[in-house]
Design a protein around this ligand. Structure first.
Ligand code: NAP
Ligand code: HSE
Length: 432
């Protein structure tokens, strides 16, 4: 039986998860692929560090990328280091040396995916990245292959396990933000720099990867409007709950008259919707295809084994391709053709229902002035409530609206925040 030899770049959370799966499920993997899969060399930064998994004496640890890219025995380089420059250099060199590549690095793909795909295609090699979006959920293969016959009308996802863990813990266990973040880090969900998780950037990286697969268009990362969860307070979580909503960090993309609208922002989701029930490190992606209708994938979006499972699936896909003489890997789902840039719907044209929380002095006429400003901008109120009493220095007034254009929302907030009764800036989130 032939052996596929891996050069593993990175042996942290995901790299260890991959190794555990190989040790535990090697027999199943062999039966499915008809090959043995073996880790030959592992690239790390710190050769003295104690490792979570013992790979045995035959596996060599190195701190030099050359030991992966220059080794003719290595068939696949598996990049699980993260970061941009070193990872990009390694992948470029690996592809140039005729090695297939598997990566979980969504940040790198969001910035340089098309360039790396083009290099892989030119060499007839596989560049696989199932683990880069939503951890263990097979959304990349689903969009690239299973839903390939559909025009994708809409895509909505909870795609960051750390942010979802924090919001879930703040909602159900009333943990404070910092404690929940620390727990997510200890569980291995967070990025090396957790700012990416909590500020929505990691979700935006994943959204850009999915837009390419769904629409065959490149949507520049810098064009995605992004808001993170640091703006979500326990008060907003509680007020949303009273109205029957949960707050989730949602990535959304849809096609509107040939233009693509995309965003990442905390969003109120009706508690009866499946997306509102997605808790902990779980992710979910809901896709609406014009033929299949709506489908939803749900599973763990971060962690060693779920992510390792997706990495291993990619390695197995390479095995299947190698079994077919002359097989050309399609890394993009669009026959490796270069992707044109998306025609982008400007974010101030986006339309949705909204949650507003005004922090205002409790005095006569305030509610009426707010309602008047909203009416002036064509925003129709669906529900309103005032909390607190007149002894407080300021009270929250919450309005839920019918559909409103983002530009009208921004102008209304600007106007109300300049009014004398407004004590603190208005908080607002869209409603799904
Ligand atoms: P991690 O636990 O921090 O592990 C990173 C590994 O890469 C470590 O073994 C580290 O070596 C090695 N490394 C980093 N920079 C290196 C360099 N310049 N040269 C050599 N080795 C280097 O990271 P992780 O959580 O496994 O994440 C790895 C990748 O998977 C990232 O792209 C991440 O975004 C992605 N991802 C992670 C998850 C998750 O749940 N954690 C899920 C999906 C995708 P040392 O051990 O010696 O420090
Ligand atoms: N830090 C990421 C998350 C890892 O929390 O979802 C999975 O991509």
């Amino acid at each position: 039986m032939e052996t596929l030899r891996l050069g593993l770049a990175g042996f942290g959370t995901v790299g260890s998860g991959l190794a555990k799966i190989l040790q535990e499920n090697g027999e199943i993997i062999r039966a499915r692929t008809g090959r043995s899969i073996a880790i030959k060399t592992v690239l790390v930064r710190d050769l003295a560090k104690k490792r979570a998994v013992d790979l045995g004496p035959d596996v060599r640890f190195t701190a030099s990328p050359d030991d992966l890219v220059n080794d003719p025995d290595i068939d696949v380089v598996v990049e699980l280091m993260g970061g941009i420059d070193t990872a990009k250099g390694l992948i470029t060199r690996a592809l140039s040396s005729g090695k297939h590549v598997v990566t979980a690095n969504k940040h790198l793909l969001a910035l340089h995916g098309p360039e790396l795909s083009a290099l892989a295609a030119a060499r007839g090699l596989g560049l696989f990245y199932e683990a880069s979006v939503a951890g263990g959920i097979p959304i990349v293969q689903t969009l690239r292959e299973s839903l390939g016959a559909n025009r994708i009308e809409r895509l909505v996802g909870i795609m960051n396990g750390t942010a979802n863990y924090i919001l879930s813990e703040m909602t159900t266990s009333h943990l404070d933000f910092a404690t929940a973040l620390k727990q997510a880090q200890d569980l291995g969900y967070a990025e090396a720099d957790p700012t990416y998780d909590i500020e929505g950037l990691d979700t935006a990286h994943k959204l850009v990867v999915l837009i390419r697969l769904a629409y065959g268009r490149d949507f520049p990362l810098s064009s995605v409007p992004v808001r993170g969860i640091t703006q979500v307070t326990p008060l907003d979580i509680e007020l949303a709950r009273e109205f029957g909503y949960r707050i989730k960090l949602l990535a959304q993309a849809r096609e509107v008259d040939g233009r693509i609208e995309a965003s990442v922002q905390p969003t109120l989701v009706k508690y009866t919707f499946l997306l509102a029930r997605v808790g902990g490190n779980f992710n979910a992606v809901r896709v609406e295809g014009n033929a299949v209708g709506p489908i939803m994938l749900h599973g763990q979006g971060a962690g060693d084994l779920p992510t390792g499972s997706a990495v291993m699936a990619d390695i197995m896909a390479i095995c299947r391709g190698l079994a077919v003489p002359g097989w050309r890997f399609d890394n993009t789902g669009f026959g490796n053709r270069p992707l044109a840039q998306a025609d982008i719907l400007p974010s101030d044209e986006a339309v949705s229902m909204h949650y507003f929380r005004f922090a205002v002095a409790d005095r006569p006429g305030v509610m009426a002035s707010i309602a008047h400003a909203m009416a002036e901008h064509g925003i129709s109120i669906a529900q309103a409530v005032q909390k607190g009493d007149m002894s407080a220095t300021d009270v929250p007034i919450v309005f839920l609206t019918h559909n409103a254009r983002a530009k009208a929302v921004a102008e209304t907030i600007r106007e109300i925040d300049a009014m004398s009764f407004t004590v603190r800036p208005t908080v607002h989130f869209p409603i799904l």
